[in-house]
Design a protein around this ligand. Structure first.
Ligand code: ATP
Length: 547
C-alpha cells in the first residue's frame, strides 16, 4: 500500500526519535510491549523540560497578586503529588468503575481484538457476491485497505480491482449495525478471510486491576492503577484547604503517571497504556464558573502557541451538547493535526472541562447520575445508593461573604506524552543548508523552542589542536553551570552541526583560530543559520537572556 506523504514523514519522525535516543519501545530486547514507551537520554530531557515549563507557567511562576489577562480575578495555585493506587471507592464514586470502558470486538478466526468504534467499512459487490468489508485503518489509509481486502476476498487480480462495486460511503461499523444497514454475520473483519467471524461487542473496563496485600484474594483487595490524576486532587481538596491559606478561587495542580488498558494502543506514543498527565482542578464559586472556564480554555490554548506549536496545526474544538459527559456543562479540546492522521483530522492534546460540582458532590454523597437535567444519587436494585460516598463535608465556607457552597470545578487536563509528540512532530523539518564548501546538503532539524530543547548549546573546537579544546572546555564548564550543554570535538564541524540540529540544540558555539587572538567565538543559530561573533566573556549572559 502506498504511504501518504504525512505518514512517511511520521515514519521518519519515529525513526529519528529512536536513532537519536528520544523514545524507545519498552522492553525492546524481549520483542517490546505494545502501548508502553521509554524515554531515552534526549527524550527524558525534552519531556522534563515540557513538564517543568507547565509547572512553572501554571504553578511556581504564577503571580497570585494580580489577575492574569482574561482572568476574572487574582487566584492562587497549589501543587500536589498523590499515589497511583487509591481507595477502590474513589473509582466507584467517580464513575470510572461502572463507566470507564470501551467496546471491544474479537475476531474468532484471526484472534485479533479491535475497538468497536475504530472499525469502519463499506459494502463491496462483485458478480452477485456482496460483503460488508471492514478495516481498522483510518483517514486516507482506510479505502486502500478496504480495496485490498475486497480484492483478496473476491479472488481478483490487481487489474480487476475496477470491477468491484462499492455501495454507500465509508461508515463506522457500530453506526451501520445500529442503523440496521448490516449485521455482524455479513461483516468481513479486518484480518478475516470470510464473513461472520466477529463476536458481538463487549464492554471492557480500561482500568488496570491489581491486588493489595500478600494474602490478596477476595474482592475487597481489588485495587486499580489510576486512569487519571484528577481524583487524587479531589481526595485532597479538604487537606489543601485546611493546611494552606488558599481561598476560592484557587487551583491544585498535579503531574503524574496514569494507566489505561487501551484496547488498541497505536500511533506511537499518542495512545499508550502508561502515560503522564498534567492536570489542574480549579475550584471556583458556582456563579463565576462560566467565566473561569473561558479563561482556562484560552489560557491553555495560548500556552501551546507560546511554546512554538504552529497555530495552523492547532484547533480549539468546543464539544457539541450530545458529546458532553453526563456531568459536564462545557468542554473544549485543544487538538493537533498529527502527521499520522488524515488531512483535516486532529488528535486531542488536552481537554478543558467545566465539571460543575459533580466531583466533590460524588465524593460526599456517592455516585451521581443525571436525571431530568439534575445530578441525583444513583440507586442500586436494593433501593440503596449504588456506590456510597465518603459522607465527609467537602463544601467551602467563605468567611468574608459568610456563604457556604460546593465549589464548581474547571479541569484543564493535558497529556505530557501527547504534548511531547506534538512538539516533536511540529519541530521536525527537512531542509537544505550549505556545507563547509558551500554545497547544498540536506539536513534534518528539530526546531524546538529553546525552553524545550534537551540541550541548549554545544561547544565545538574547530580542530582538536592549537589550544582550541582547552578554551572550548573552559567555556563548556562555565556554561554548564547555567544550562544543559555539551562539548563535542569528534568529526568535521559540519557533521557536528548536523548532530546538534537533529537533537534540536538551538545554539552552537565554535572556538576557532580567531578565538585565540580576540577571545570571541562563533555563535550559530540553528534556525536562521546566522553566525555571529560573540566575546567569550559575554556568552553565558547572552544565552541565559535568550532562554
Ligand atoms: P482519547 O479520547 O484520545 O482517548 P480522552 O478524552 O479519554 O482521550 P482524557 O480522559 O480527557 O482523554 O485525558 C486527558 C488527556 O490525557 C488527553 O487529552 C491526553 O493528552 C492524555 N491521554 C489520555 N489517554 C491517553 C493515552 N492512552 N495515551 C497518552 N495520553 C493520553
Amino acid at each position: 500500500m502506498e504511504k501518504s506523504n504525512d505518514q512517511s514523514r511520521m515514519d521518519r519522525i519515529v525513526s529519528l526519535a529512536k536513532r537519536r535516543g528520544f523514545i524507545f519501545q519498552s522492553s525492546e530486547i524481549y520483542g517490546g510491549l505494545n502501548g508502553f514507551w521509554d524515554y531515552g537520554p534526549l527524550g527524558v530531557a525534552l519531556k522534563r523540560n515540557l513538564k517543568d515549563a507547565w509547572w512553572h507557567d501554571m504553578v511556581a511562576g504564577h503571580d497570585e497578586l494580580a489577575a492574569p489577562a482574561g482572568a476574572p480575578e487574582a487566584y492562587e495555585m497549589a501543587g500536589l503529588d498523590c499515589t497511583i493506587i487509591m481507595h477502590p471507592q474513589v473509582w466507584k464514586c467517580s464513575g470510572h468503575f461502572d463507566l470507564f470502558h470501551d467496546w471491544m470486538i474479537d475476531c474468532r478466526e484471526s484472534k485479533r481484538r479491535y475497538r468497536y468504534d475504530h472499525l469502519s467499512g463499506r459494502f463491496a459487490l462483485h458478480r452477485g457476491k456482496r460483503v460488508f468489508v471492514v478495516t481498522d485503518a483510518s483517514g486516507d489509509e482506510a479505502q486502500p485497505a478496504l480495496t485490498a481486502k475486497a480484492q483478496k476476498f473476491f479472488g481478483l487480480r490487481a487489474k480487476q480491482i475496477e470491477e468491484i462495486e462499492w455501495d454507500g460511503g465509508l461508515t463506522g461499523l457500530s453506526a451501520a449495525v445500529a442503523a440496521g444497514a448490516t449485521t455482524l454475520a455479513e461483516v468481513l473483519g479486518p484480518d478475516a478471510s470470510e464473513p461472520g467471524t466477529l463476536t458481538d461487542p463487549r464492554e471492557f473496563n480500561l482500568m488496570f486491576e491489581t491486588r493489595i496485600g500478600a494474602l490478596a484474594g477476595d474482592d475487597d483487595d481489588r485495587a486499580f492503577l489510576r486512569p487519571e490524576t484528577a481524583q487524587g486532587i479531589f481526595m485532597n481538596f479538604k487537606n489543601v484547604l485546611d493546611t494552606s491559606r488558599v481561598r476560592v478561587p484557587f487551583g491544585i495542580a498535579q503531574i503524574g503517571k496514569s494507566f489505561r488498558n487501551e484496547i488498541t494502543p497505536r500511533n506511537f506514543t499518542f495512545r499508550s497504556r502508561e502515560f503522564e498527565q498534567m492536570e489542574i482542578e480549579f475550584f471556583c464559586k458556582p456563579g463565576d464558573s462560566a467565566a473561569w472556564y473561558r479563561y482556562w480554555r484560552d489560557r491553555r490554548w495560548k500556552w501551546y502557541l507560546d511554546l512554538g506549536l504552529t497555530e495552523g496545526k492547532l484547533q480549539l474544538r468546543e464539544h457539541d451538547k450530545d458529546e458532553l459527559s453526563h456531568y459536564s456543562v462545557g468542554t473544549a479540546d485543544i487538538e493537533y493535526a498529527f502527521p499520522f492522521l488524515a488531512p483535516g483530522e486532529f488528535g486531542e492534546l488536552e481537554g478543558i472541562a467545566h465539571r460543575g460540582d459533580f466531583d466533590l458532590r460524588s465524593h460526599m454523597e456517592g455516585k451521581l447520575v443525571r436525571q431530568d437535567g439534575a445530578l441525583v444519587l444513583e440507586m442500586g436494585p436494593d433501593g440503596k445508593p449504588r456506590h456510597k460516598g465518603s459522607g465527609k463535608d467537602l463544601s467551602y465556607f467563605d468567611d468574608i461573604t459568610r456563604e457556604r457552597y460546593v465549589p464548581h470545578v474547571i479541569e484543564p487536563s493535558a497529556g505530557a506524552d501527547r504534548a511531547v509528540l506534538a512538539f516533536l512532530c511540529d519541530a521536525y523539518h527537512e531542509d537544505e543548508v550549505p556545507d563547509e564548501d558551500g554545497k547544498p546538503r540536506s539536513r534534518t532539524v528539530l526546531k524546538l523552542h529553546p525552553r524545550l530543547a534537551p540541550l541548549k548549546a554545544a561547544i565545538l573546537p574547530l580542530v582538536k589542536k592549537d589550544g582550541m579544546p582547552e578554551v572550548a572546555i573552559d567555556l563548556y564548564r562555565a556554561l554548564k553551570r547555567h544550562m544543559p550543554c555539551m562539548y563535542d570535538e569528534k568529526g568535521s564541524v559540519g557533521r557536528r552541526y548536523a548532530r546538534q540540529d537533529e537533537a534540536g540544540t538551538p545554539w552552537c558555539l565554535t572556538v576557532d583560530g580567531q578565538t585565540l587572538t580576540d577571545q570571541t567565538v562563533t555563535l550559530r543559530d540553528r534556525d536562521s543559520l546566522v553566525q555571529t561573533r560573540v566575546p567569550i566573556a559575554e556568552v553565558v549572559d547572552l544565552l541565559t537572556d535568550r532562554l
